[in-house]
Structures are given as C-alpha cells and as structure tokens.
Design a protein around this ligand. Sequence first.
Ligand code: BMA
Length: 886
Amino acid sequence: MKNTKRLSLHGEWKLFGKKDGKSIELSAKIPGDFHSALIENKIIPEPFYGFNEQNVLWVGKSDWTIERTFEYKITDGTQAILELTEADTFFTVFINGKKAGSGKNQFARHRFNVSSFLKDGTNTIKILFESAEKKAAEIAETLPYPVPYMKYDVYSPNRNLVRKCQCHGGWDWGPCLMVSGIYGNIDLLTVSDGIEESFNYSVLSCSKKEAIIKIEFEYNAFIACKKDFTFKIDDSFANENLTENKNSRQTANAKITVDLQKGTNKITAELKLKNPVTWKTSGELKELNLTKNKPYKLTVEYEDSKTGTLCHTKNLYISTLKAVSIKEDAKSNAQSQANSKSEANLQPGRSLYFENNNRRIFAKGSNWIPADAIPSKMTEERYKNLLESAVNANHNCIRVWGGGIYEKDIFYELCDELGLIVWQDCMFACSTYPVTDDFFAEVTRELEYQIPRLKSHACIGLWCGNNENFGALGWFKESNQNRDRYIIDYDRLYNGLIGTKIKQLDSSRLYWPSSPCSGPDDFADNWHSDNMGDMHYWSVWHERKSFDAYLSIRPRFVSEFGYESFPSLDCIKSFAKESDFNFTSPVMEYHQRSPSGNSIIIENFSRYFRFPNGFENMIYLSQVQQAVAIKTAVDWWRSLNPHCMGTLIWQLNDVWPGPSWSSLEYSGKWKLLHYESRKFFENVYMPLFVKDGKLNAVICNDTAESLEVTAEFHFLNFDGTEHAKTITKTVKTGADQTVQFLKLEMDLEQELKAIDESLKANSCSNNFSSPDGFFVYATMKALSSSGKEYTCTNTVWSDVYKHCNYKKATVQAEISGKDRTFEITLTSDVPAFFVSLDMNGIEGIFSDNILTLLPNTPAKITFKTKKELSPDELKKALKIFDLSNC
Ligand code: BMA
C-alpha cells in the first residue's frame, strides 16, 4: 500500500542569476536556498563572518532562476499536480517554456495542475524567483497609506508587506539576508480520482476508560463518485514502554462509504479507544521516568481507480492539553489565594495557564526563533539538538515566535515526542500590516494550509495572533497620529480575519489575539500591566532597570523576558579574528544588533560585579550576569504560582553567531543561563531570593505527589566560616503546590542591620565601602509520598557581588572517565562562586556548569562529549572560571 504517487524533484538544479551585471550559472541543491548555493560555489563569502553580510546584501535584491529536467510518463486518466511548500516568496513556474503557476507566500502550500504542460519523456521545469525586497517596494507604492514597521540596524524595507519569514529582513539578533529558494518540498503528484487536502484528528473527550477521537479527512474529488474510507488506530507502538493500562488497550477502526461531490469533501469518523494512554508534558514524563511520548498510529485507506489502494499513516497522541484564561473577580481570586500557600494576588485579573491531564502546568521554557538565518542549515539534527537541549534543561514549553516561520514538521514531531507545549504565534511581528484584499487572501491561504497541518499535534497549546503588534501601534509616528485607522486595521486582521479563521479551523484551542495581551477583546496596554493575560517584561533590558525590577511585578504569565550575554570564545572565533577580540571592536559591535547592547552588558558589570580582566573573563561574566538576571526573575515568578503560571525566556536559540539573549549559542552550545535554567526549572525546586530586605524560601512542587521537605540555611562568611547559626526548616507541600515557607529579615543581627541601612543610603554607589558581607547557602531535600527523593541547592548574597569581600579561590578539577562520559571533581580552598568550566572547543554537555563550591566539600559533575576522548585531552583543554578570578 502506498501514499499518493509522488515524483520528487529534489536534487541538483541549475541556478541562474547576475552578479555585477554579468550572468552566472551554477548548481544548486533543492530543497535549499540560493545563498547556500552561492556560498558553495564560492560566488559569495560566508555571510556570518566579519562584515560579510554587507557584501552579500545584493543577493536578496536580485532575481534568481532555477531549472532542471525530469522524465515523465503520462498515464491515461491521471492528473499531474505540482506541489511546493516553503517556496520563498515570489515565484513563477514554467514547464516546457509555458507558464504553469505562480505564488507569493512562503507559508502557503502551492498546488498547480500541470497536466496540460507535460509530455512523455524529458520535460524542463524552470522557476523564476523575483526579489521579495523589490516586490515589497512595488507593493508599498500601491498602498493608500503607509504601513509602518520596525527597522533594525541592517534591514530590508517593507518586509511586512510580503508573506515571508519576517526576520529574513534583519532583526535585533540577526542578519538581513533576504534569502530565497524552496525549503520544503517540490514534487509532482500523479492522481486520478482526487487528491487529499488534509488529514487530522482531535480528541473529543477523554476519561481513564475511554477516549473519543474525531477524524477529519479532506478529499478533493475530481469527479463525483462513491468511495470507501477505512480509518484505523493502532496502539502497538504506543504500547511499548507502557507504564499504565498495560496490555489492556485496543485498536479501533471504522469503514465509511461516502458519496463524494466534485470538489472538496470533508469525511469524518469517530473512533473510541479503551483505556487511553494520554500525552504527557516533559515534566510529567520526567516524573514517570520516561523520556518520550509514544504515539498511536492513525491510518486512512481508500482505493484510487488508477493507482490502487492508497494509505496515509500519521502519529496520534491522546492529548488533553488546553490553555485556559479566565477573567476573575476579587471573589474568585480570593478563593485561589485561600487554596494556595504562595503569595497569590487578591486583585481581579485574567489568568492564563496550560492544563494537561487535569493538572495545571506551570509553563517553564523559552522562545524559539528560526533555527538558522540560512534555511539550508536548518537540518533535522539541529532541531533535535536544540529541542532536546530545551527538555534536558527542564523546559516544558516553547513559543514559536511570530517573526519566524510556522515551523517544519520535524519541529512539532519532536515537541510531541518530548512533551514540549507549543505556544504557536501566527507569523506577524513588531509591525503594522496591510489590510488589502490581496494581503487578506494570502493570509487566508496560509491559515487554511497551516492550521490543518499543525492542529493534530498534541503539543500545540494555543494559537496566538501575532507578536507585539498591538504594542507596535504605539511605536510609529503614523499610527500614533491616526490611531483609529490603525487600530481598526489591527482588529480587522487579528480578530476579523485570523481569529475567525482559526476558530473555524480549530475550535478546540484557545485563540489568543496577540502576545502580549490582556485577553480577547481587551485592548489594554500589556507591556506594563502585570495582572492580565500574558506579559512581555523588558524593563530590565531595554529600559535598563535593575534586576530588582523583576521582583516589582506579579505577572500572570510572562511570555518574554530576556537578558543578553556574549557567546563563548569558540563561537566568537567563527566570525572574528583574534585582533578583534574586544567588545568595542568594529566586528564585535557589528554582530551586536540590540541598540547599545554591548554597553548595557558592560555597564551592568560595573553595577553588580567588579570589572573583569580580559576578553575571556568578560565573556564568562556576561554569561554569569545573564544567568543571575533571569534566575532573579524566575525565582520570584515561580514563587507566585498559581497567580503566575508561566515564564518563557527570550530566547532559546540563535540564527547566527553573536551576542544575544539566547541561552543556547548558534552552535547549540549551552550558555551558563541554560545550565542555570536546568536548575530553576526543575519539577521540585526551592527559589531563594531577597525581597524588601527579607530572605524568602519557597518550595515549588510541580509533581503529582505530596512532599516532605527539609531545608538548611547556612549563613556563611566569605572565608567559609559560620556567620550566623544554621537554620533548619521542614515543610509539607501537596501535589502541584507552591509553598512559601521562610521569610526572614536579612538583618539577623545588629551588624547585618547596619549593612542594610548603609546599603539603602548608598544604593549601588561605587563610593560605598562595604563591610565583608555574607552569603546564604541553602540545601533542600524532599521526599515524595512514594519515596522519590529530590534535592537542590541555592545561594544568595547579602549585598551586590562587588560590595562583598569574597576571597580569591583556587579551584581545582580532577577528571576521570573514558570514551564519552567523564566525571569531574571540583574543589576549592575558599567559597567559590559561579564556578564554570570551558572545554575549549570540545563539544559536550556538563551536568552542571554554574556552581557554588564550599571548601572541603568536593562537587562531582559529569561531562558528556560528542566524540570519544581521553581524560588527558580534556585536561589539556580545560579552563576554569569563577567570580574571584575574573
Ligand atoms: C521582543 C521580541 C523580539 C525581539 C526581542 C528583543 O519583544 O518579540 O521582537 O527580538 O524582544 O528585543
């Protein structure tokens, strides 16, 4: 049995274009982008190196043509459909010299009936791609009034007028390459009776005993006819590794006979599954000691009069995931306060949270931008590596941000498997957008393809209309002067068109009009209001507020907050020469796309830390600083559960090498923030923070079991001696509960009081002469009702780092192990902070890489490498960093 007959046109094509007025011809791999072909054929340099981006801007301003031949045999009674996905952006197809179709939307699927253009034997296909930048300029000329957009350091004008990945036109973390090509598929489909449009399912209901699955199959019939469709659900795969309902499950099937009308027919069936195994988020999988969700298989089978039996199989997960947003009055909020032991909020507001398997899930994760600025480099391996890194660091949620792409199938397949909840934006970001008929027609086309393509994925948590476009109305002169016009356009696009369409295509999920927003039909400013819906909190980075500002808000769900750092030396070497290893060198400033980004990082060194020595220490400290900033926010926001139900860091990954807010470098290497997030996103975690002069400890229990917790708080001087008596506290938490259990004046003694006063008086002034200060090192042990043990440690200082009299540490590392797994034992003579190792180009992941080391207390960590190595090779490569030596 086979799927629709496809002739793949993937492979080598010829690429034609012009450089400096002269015609060029080269070979290009399709699927692929033309920049990659030009790089491979040495027509252009590697765009990410130095200032090369400037030397390749012409590529995006030029037209390109690809061409190849293929053999075809016409079969009577069949039709040939040319199908393209991710064709970017303005293209015209010619088959054997005749125009056979055209498109202008990277996000739509294009299908052209090309039967009449084909002949038996050798055929030629040629596709002309016209510069999207040129086309956008032409469209701009036709608009009745300006449609403004955010401009970045290097940018392509009018990118908002074309349905193309918006960050191709440059962003505040990436280059402007205006790539083009075909990144999805280009196939010739041979069909006779009709063609499949979409195939998906939704879970109508699910209890322990039974799940009801609704299957939807859209079939475009070329003629009216009668057909049998058989739908089957097979559980053999999902049955492996089962921990629940073992051996008690069933397959299900249904055969339906349909009188098909000419045109699109929707065939639906309902199947019941006994004892369903439900889809789990990554946190739930971890609780069960599982690493992956295993799918059921859903199959449709039907006869085609020419090609025989056709069948299509896809993964099926029984997901109960949903996003919930409820407008609360003071009464309901008081109830949630009464039920919770955390610092919930009593003011009326609007919640936003995910629920799965009848449990509220605190969303812990980050924002996803495209995997690369050059589409050909978005390999499956890169996707796997990035998403597995997210889950390895205890992320359970990822937001596909609206300035990128509706992601590739592999992305959602991996999220399904790994249990990552996807917050899915529609692809509109940081701009106003046109409301012309033509633009609306393209948006409709893309949604009609994308929503059915994605909606069966268990991981999709919600649909969101755009990124920051409501806030963007306040960014531009035009929209500020004529707000009525732009707000009406905004409402037409995101509520009138997109909202309506999405509700029609997938009524099972929440449509959230924008990120951030206060909720449907609420046009309040959500940049600075923390009680409604989701929030983007950028005051610490873009407004340069102190890290304490994170503690001044009580958000419901933070879908963006970020702090920049520099990537490792390995990464910097990939775009800069050694002579450029200075943060204010032209190349280092060029790769920084956030206005004044480098100076914000450097300024904050002097706010919190003593100034680092040399380039590598600056890199290290920038990563410590980023980890500290984000941890400050997460420790507090997790403590507000259930008032706050989500923290998504901006941003997970990078599209090119450079400084940015990412926690993973361009190569996928973990920055210190990523290691820190592995700790602060743990299912069982103890936030520890100083707020309003008080030391706070909280237990976050994101597991389904109750816990008995014992925590010790050691008050230590910087030479390692006791500063004040250790406090031991025990506390119980229920399942999925967050409990505030320690609130202690930091001015434990008179002396500490004095520190506090002088601190207030002197704020962060550099003239401040500080007493020695001290630090709190807390350890937590929790035992669950079924006997599982959880531990964590956390450290806070009595003052900003630079004021404290920390001692110069000698940190040593012993390495043992072989092949790809090594154990490293770290020791220090005095307390050492933010201890971190770098293996100088050797790829691998540490079990922890941002540690507090106490004297006489060795810490053991592991390092898993990609390649087989000896401990000696590692010893040679090893560099050790800590706060006192930087
Ligand atoms: C956000 C995002 C991005 C941007 C980031 C950093 O708000 O939506 O557009 O890259 O901030 O400035």
